[in-house]
Write a protein that binds this ligand. Structure first.
Ligand code: MG
Ligand code: MG
Length: 259
């Protein structure tokens, strides 16, 4: 039995979600050819700490950095490094906060300079698959409805859904039940109830769905080394329509930066 969050808890989760959303936008401002992924992590960590929060990924199960920075064929959990971003790359920034005892967790995949039309399509479809998933996350529906919405949209464009990783509940712990797979069958799985807070996070591959774990024990790569995109938002299951706690508006509606 998964206990829905109280409205007080949801407000604390909202504070975290907004901070993560703003942090993603700060990172987006510096994404450009010639910038290292380590720099992106430094920008995020400084912004999070300046706002009185803790970058929750740092030290999480031994993760060595403040954010995950996953370039091109890296699906998730890339280590920020001295890698210099180049025109045409994509880089996902997955960011977590711990603030007032609750967690934030969201992710955005940024194009670096001009990307190919095929890559642009992957980004657009992955993000839209997330919004389709959110639309399915209403009270009375089930977890499988979310996965089905994501999967059916992404596969329509010939892309594939990573199976090994999934979204999750969030609260005092970064990862809580239920798991939220990005594939599934309608009407199956955990019942969604008003007040349940979920991170929905499609990981969509341009090529096949197969992935492998890097020798560093963290980074997940596509087996065919084609690009993979990842977007994540935190939402509250509500009657009729889910409520978004995190948002990409700070990235996309700032007026100066257009992704
Ligand atoms: Mg995340
Ligand atoms: Mg997550």
């Amino acid at each position: 039995m998964i206990k829905p969050k109280t409205e007080e808890e949801i407000e604390l989760l909202r504070e975290n979600a907004i901070l993560v959303s703003k942090t993603l936008a700060e990172v987006g401002k510096v994404v450009a050819p010639g910038v290292t992924t380590k720099k992106l992590s430094e920008v995020a960590e400084t912004f999070i700490r300046d706002n009185g929060a803790i970058p929750s990924f740092l030290g999480f199960e031994g993760f060595p950095a403040a954010i995950c920075a996953s370039v091109n064929d890296v699906v998730v959990h890339g280590f920020p490094s001295g890698y210099v971003l180049k025109e045409g790359d994509i880089v996902s920034a997955d960011i977590g906060t711990l603030y007032k005892g609750y967690n934030g967790d969201s992710c955005y995949t940024f194009p670096v300079g001009e990307v190919s039309a095929e890559t642009r399509k992957l980004l657009d479809v992955t993000k839209e698959s997330l919004y389709r998933g959110i639309a399915a996350a209403v009270a009375g529906a089930r977890i499988g409805d979310i996965g089905y919405a994501v999967q059916s949209y992404a596969e329509h464009f010939g892309f594939s859904v990573v199976r090994e990783l999934e979204g999750h509940g969030i609260g005092r712990e970064m990862h809580e039940n239920p798991g939220v797979p990005n594939y599934g069958r309608p009407g199956r799985g955990t019942h969604l109830v008003d007040g349940m807070v979920l991170c929905i996070e499609p990981m969509i591959n341009a090529g096949g769905k197969a992935v492998y774990l890097d020798r560093n024990g963290w980074a997940v790569h596509t087996a065919d080394h084609k690009n993979s995109a990842h977007y994540e938002l935190t939402i509250v299951v509500r009657k009729g329509r889910a409520e978004q706690l995190s948002t990409f508006d700070f990235i996309e509606k700032d007026g100066t930066i257009k992704f």
